[in-house]
Design a binder for this molecule. Structure first.
Ligand SMILES: [Zn+2]
Ligand SMILES: [Zn+2]
Length: 298
């Protein structure tokens, strides 16, 4: 009986001891690698800057999915600039070009020319489009032109803020790691969402709905929906298609910060299914280089 108790105690120590030590070791490693301030900086700045790209650069500026209050427009364009994905005007021009010839000759970043090219390689080939050609109407907007011309100021500010709050490790996690994550999630829309996933609508390109990219990119992964209805403020078109950017636009509309939110009715969706391919441009006056500016919202 006495031996048995000693034996059980030894087993308990042998099993629980290393487990507790392992948890302790991981926690010390964790403390060394990243602290609570760094993690908070990473999460908050990632969220704000990613929304700057999705709500600001993409849905507001490029596709005119809603008309913002001028202050809202300025803030979202500044946040989008902080992603280090190029000035607002160049970003919009390149994206309009993508929609105008998706997965065809001239598309700046189609996986038809290789997955790596679509993800990152295209940027090394000077493929940013000319705003004069693709979004001349945006060049008449003083807010857009100002934020676009001061692009590097906002990039530097996006590094100074985490440094001021968290020092060098704050700069690392809230600045560089955050930029790395935003880049690859955005680029995944170009590469992954034109290669993997479901096609709910027939479109003239290879666009797909990919739920994981949808989650990480705050809704942009429902990319087949987006190519079918480029101007829709909501890329998630079913209740289960998580679209954080769409929810934010809905909220801003409710409190009066944005108006003229472009929605797709169930009838339009059904019509689009029945029609099949070949009608993308017709559903989005925003993507034609020659189209009149609609809903800029100055
Ligand atoms: Zn696309
Ligand atoms: Zn788009």
């Amino acid at each position: 009986m006495k031996t048995s108790l000693i034996y059980k105690t030894a087993v308990l120590v042998a099993v629980v001891g290393p487990l507790a030590a392992t948890v302790y070791a991981i926690s010390t490693l964790w403390q060394k690698a990243i602290n609570a301030t760094d993690l908070t900086l990473l999460l908050v700045l990632y969220s704000l800057v990613a929304l700057g790209v999705t709500v600001g650069y993409h849905r507001m500026l490029t596709h005119r999915s809603f008309s913002p209050h001028p202050v809202v427009k300025f803030i979202f364009l500044v946040l989008g600039s902080m992603a280090l994905e190029g000035p607002a005007l160049e970003w919009a021009a390149t994206h309009i070009k993508h929609h105008s010839c998706s997965d065809k000759e001239g598309d700046p970043h189609s996986p038809v020319h290789g997955f790596f090219h679509a993800h990152i390689g295209w940027m090394f080939k000077d493929r940013m489009a000319d705003p004069q050609k693709y979004c001349k109407h945006l060049m008449k907007d003083p807010i857009v032109v100002f934020v676009s011309n001061t692009f590097f100021l906002w990039v530097v500010l996006s590094l100074v803020i985490p440094f001021a709050i968290g020092g060098w490790s704050g700069l690392l996690w809230g600045g560089l790691v955050r930029i790395f994550l935003t880049h690859h999630v955005t680029w995944s829309v170009n590469s992954v969402c034109h290669t993997f996933g479901r096609r709910d609508f027939e479109t003239t390109d290879e666009s797909r709905n990919e739920w994981l990219v949808g989650l990480l990119s705050f809704g942009e992964g429902w990319h087949n929906n987006h190519h079918a209805f480029p101007r829709s403020a909501f890329h998630g078109l079913r209740w289960w298609q998580f679209d954080c950017s769409g929810y934010l636009i809905w909220l801003m509309e409710k409190v009066g910060l944005v108006k003229d939110v472009y929605r797709i009715s169930p009838e339009q969706m059904q019509k689009r299914r029945d029609r099949g391919t070949g009608a993308e441009v017709a559903t989005s006056p925003a993507i034609s280089p020659e189209s009149e500016p609609v809903g800029i919202g100055l």
